[in-house]
Design a protein around this ligand. Sequence first.
Ligand code: SAM
Length: 281
Amino acid sequence: MTGILYVVATPIGNLDDISTRAIHVLSQVTRIAAEDTRHSARLLQHLGINTPLVSVHDHNEAGQVQRLIAQLVAGEDLALISDAGTPLISDPGYRLVAAAHQANIKVVPVVGACAAIAALSAAGLPSDRFSFEGFLAAKASQRQTQLKALANESRTLIFYEAPHRILECVQDMAAIFGADRRVVLARELTKTFETIKQMTLAELCEFVESDTNQQRGEIVLVVEGAPEDSGLMAQQELDALLLKLLKHLPVKATAQLAAELTGHKKNALYDRALELQKESL
Ligand code: SAM
C-alpha cells in the first residue's frame, strides 16, 4: 500500500484558523514537508504536534521530491505545508504534487486559509469569475507590460503584492486600468491591523501615499474587471463622429443620425453634441 500525500493549509495570521482535521492529519503523518522548518516548528509547537519536519522549498524541491516520493511509495503518509495559507498558491509544492500524481500516489487536500480567497470573499467585487494573478514582476517595465495585457480583462483580478512595492504598483494600475476602476486593499488579513477598504485606484494611490502604515504588512489587491465590451462605440470615437456630423448638420439632426448609426441614446448624443459645439466655438 502506498502512502497518502496530504496538502494541508495553515493559518495566514490568526492561529485559530486551522481545522481540527488539519491538526489530526499533521499529528498522524510520518513526516511533514515544510517550506521553512524553523517557521513551521513554531506552529507545530503551538499545536502540540511532534511530527518530524523536512524542508522543501523552491531551491531544493527538485532534489527532495525523489526522496519524498520514495517514502510515499514505501507506504509512509506525508503532509505538505507552506509558511502560511494553502501550499502551491504562490508557494512551493507544485513539483511534489505533480510527481505524486505521476507515481499514482493519492493526493488529499486538507482545506483552510488562502489570502486570495479570503480577500475576494470580503471584497464586495464580482466573485462569480475571477483571475488570480499572484505576484506581479518586481521590475517596473515588466510589471507595466503585465498590467497592459490585463487592461481589458473583465474578470475580477486578484494580486499579491510586497509592501515596499505597493505604492508604485497601485500608481501603475491607476495609469493603465484607469483612475476610476474600483479596487479593494486587503491588508494583514486575520491579524490585529486587518484593513479591508474598497475605493477607486486614484483614491487608493492617495490613501497609501498619505499613510505609510498602508505600506507595511501583507497585502492582497482585488481589482474590479474591465467593463464587458458592450459593442457600443467608445466615447472618443463617438466624439469624432459627432464633430464630423456637426460640420454639416444642426445639433438635433446630428444626434438623430448618430443614434441611428451607433445605437447610442439620442438624448445623450444631443447633450454631448451641444457640449462639443460650445467647446469648438
Ligand atoms: N500560500 C499563501 C496563501 O494561500 O495565500 C500565499 C503565500 S505568498 C508567498 C505570500 C503573500 O500572500 C503575501 O505577500 C501577501 O500578498 C499574501 N498574504 C499572505 N497572508 C496574508 C494576510 N494575512 N493578509 C494579506 N495578504 C496575505
